[in-house]
Design a protein around this ligand. Sequence first.
Ligand code: BGC
Length: 488
Amino acid sequence: MTHPIRRAPVPRPGPGRRRRRAASLGAALAALTLGLAGQFTAHPAAAAENHVDNPFAGASFYVNPDYTAHVRTSAAQTSDPGLRAKMRKVGRYPTAVWLDRIAAIGGGGEAAGRRSLADHLDLALAQKRRGQPITATFVVYDLPGRDCAAQASSGELPLTQAGLDRYEREYVDAIANVFKKRKYRDIRITAVIEPDSLPNLATNTADPECARAKSSGIYVKGIRYALDKLHALPNVYTYLDFANSGWLGWDGNLAQSVQLYTDVAQGTAAGPASVDGLVTNVSNYMPLEEPFLTDPDRTVGGNPVKSSTFYAWNPDFDESDFTRDVHRALVAAGWPASTGMVVDTSRNGWGGPGRPTAESTSTALDTYVAESRVDRRTYRGLWCNVGGAGLGRPPQAAPSGYPDSHLDAFLWVKPPGESDGASTDVPNDEGKAADPMCDPGYAPPGAGGNKTGALPGAPLAGQWFPEQFAMLVKNAHPAVRPGGGTDH
Ligand code: BGC
């Protein structure tokens, strides 16, 4: 995963308004096809639920026992009883399951510590309460040439036509073949599609690998293929990753991205109806809200807050602003107002001891911003195992308080406690490599001479990192309340 800040040129004017085909018609046709293809019954599609606007509303969330097991191990090794109780509570929270390689679909069996996709769906059925829908979220993350602007999460498939063929047949088709099993039709399956990929095409083509990902058309073809296959299943809900406020918040980047996403969606069989929503902040640390910095145009010392070094003229200080602006821009480009937004709140709480409790009174702009912001990073482009971070809002359907953001849910897409990447080469068969952004001693360009602030000793991306997990639980905001029941 990478989340660099790059400013893009102002793009050409966006396309005009276009009509979307009603999602329900597509869903009904797909349900019929599925019903006929599946086991024979007298009323093939009758029992299947219609495709709903917000799959999370009124639903429970699948809790991944593999995640619970990691947390239990950490809790068992924690001597502080208060922290241990908090950890145990977090272990019962729902998190997304990342299908981060072809082998993740088949799983390694319980002994190998990893369940298959079918195992997860069987467990979701077992967790489903009678009369209440259940959602289960999977991250589709194996594009050829994955993570083109970084090394930490490079993938197994090369950026070639052969890589794309494998992606389509052995990965997307294999996932769709499990999702479409008749016994899973009552699970609302949500698919988070390819974090960072389209944002990298929108802003990072100065990187040669991203430039090739774009010029070859491989990212776009792979994503359209995934959307076509997944949208065809009426109980599957597709959410395209839309980076975060600190990446695409600048007006130029936002306009350019909306144009790209619109073009990608229009090139699918169902057009924009194949996208149910967008998800932001996946694996990032952008706060949901900067409570003391609410107006980017407010002046301090004669200059607008957004012109501070930290915000660098980006008017979106947090994900509630960003999702509002993304939704507004998408609708202006012809997307339906029903397009839902989701925010990954797994690690954006910033409740540590350095959290400010009031707005700064300084009249020096950068000091004012540094003393007022809850985001304690020295630079917004830092993304790897960030020190000082904490858990954010628990997963929740249809959260209130941000009506302009059109939020379908807060989700924990990145399972908190799983590493963002390692700074040294660790032999592996997943394509992952050492990334300087994960090195605590590295001062990245753009960070004003500051070092990354990454936690030392991190394992490979995706692997359990006990020190990070303990830190996130301690710094949670809101604080974890053991014994307070589940918050979702
Ligand atoms: C890694 C994946 C992992 C995911 C969730 C990504 O950065 O590349 O392997 O599944 O994070 O932890």
